[in-house]
Ligand binder design. Structure first.
Ligand code: ATP
Length: 305
């Protein structure tokens, strides 16, 4: 069902963008393309440059080097602002207004806003409409941000870590709203640390590391780009003993199991069996998105595709 390989026309674009904060190079010649109708996942470890890239597309940061465009226009143009919505991690928002008042205030900025009742329902806020913003929990505030981002019925939606702090129900509800938006032809750019989220929602993923694009593709393509296999077993051998073995990218304990991500699974299995004859419950599987991401950002190769 995912349409990650069908390239639609670019709706937004960063072209060879370099951005510095004083001596810090946050983006280093980054190319990023958002295609119409897709959910694009922007992934990267802390400090990779994701927020800087999104801020350039939102026009909240000015371009220093390279070019940025949204709908073929400058990102900060008034016409662009009414056609896109953004849910950011931090937002100055009055604690004293109610949820409904905030929604009405935001709706008034746009020429064709969604009805307030629809926004309340999309964000699961029907029962909290009268509550003051300052009296909401962290997860409830997050849902208000989602409603505000959708107020103008945007063609292009930027979601920065949208499910941080949400419980499982609220997260799945928001995922299903994002899928619904995609089905109605909307485009979403999603930055997330939650790789399950990228796997569940994104048609395409761009991995940024040190301000550069190091990988791009569907979640399945990204997974297949790492040669790593995950070796799992129950053993008395500790992760730190495994971490130094040839080919091992990462070793950890998960519940009762030792898990090792490695590029040399046969060799590792032989060594584990030689060291622990009581070793049990051994499996070797393809790496998930989380491990692919880890492998990609560990070796930090450059150059996109
Ligand atoms: P995170 O996942 O932690 O939110 P990120 O991928 O969004 O990180 P950015 O916030 O874009 O990364 O930061 C990229 C780099 O630029 C980091 O090294 C960060 O420390 C630096 N940086 C970001 N904002 C500023 C600023 N206002 N002044 C100085 N350095 C900054």
């Amino acid at each position: 069902m995912q349409a990650g390989t069908s390239p639609g026309p670019a709706l937004a674009r960063l072209s060879r963008v370099t951005h510095r904060y004083g001596p810090v190079v946050a983006l280093d010649g980054l190319d990023l393309e958002v295609r119409r109708g897709e959910v694009l996942g922007v992934l990267g470890p802390n400090g990779a440059g994701k927020t800087t890239a999104i801020s350039l597309l939102l026009g909240s940061l000015g371009v220093q080097e390279g070019a940025a465009s949204v709908f073929g226009l400058a990102p900060g143009a008034a016409e662009v602002r009414v056609r896109r919505g953004a849910m950011l991690q931090i937002s100055g928002i009055s604690a004293n207004l109610s949820v409904r008042e905030h929604i009405e205030l935001f709706r008034a900025y746009y020429p064709a806003p969604l009805p307030a009742a629809r926004l309340l329902s999309m964000a699961g806020l029907e029962k909290l409409a009268q509550r003051r913003y300052g009296k909401l929990s962290g997860g409830q505030k997050q849902r208000v941000m989602f409603a505000l981002a959708l107020a103008g019925d945007p063609e292009l939606l930027f979601l920065d870590e949208p499910t941080t702090g949400l419980d499982v129900d609220a997260r799945h509800r928001l995922w299903s709203e994002i899928r619904g938006l995609r089905e109605s032809g909307r485009t979403t750019v999603l930055t997330t640390h939650n790789l399950d989220e990228a796997d569940a929602l994104a048609d395409r993923v761009v991995v940024i590391h040190n301000g550069r694009r190091i990988a791009e593709g569907t979640p399945a393509e990204i997974k297949s780009r790492t040669a790593g296999r995950l070796v799992r077993c129950v053993t008395r051998i500790r992760p730190d003993e495994v971490a130094g073995l040839p080919g091992v990218i990462e070793a950890r304990t998960r519940g009762r199991h030792l898990e090792a991500l490695t590029t040399q699974p046969e060799d590792l299995v032989r060594k584990l069996l030689a060291r622990d004859e009581a070793l049990a419950d051994l499996t070797v599987v393809a790496a998930g998105l989380e491990d692919a991401f880890l492998a990609l950002t560990r070796d930090g190769k450059e150059g996109g595709r």
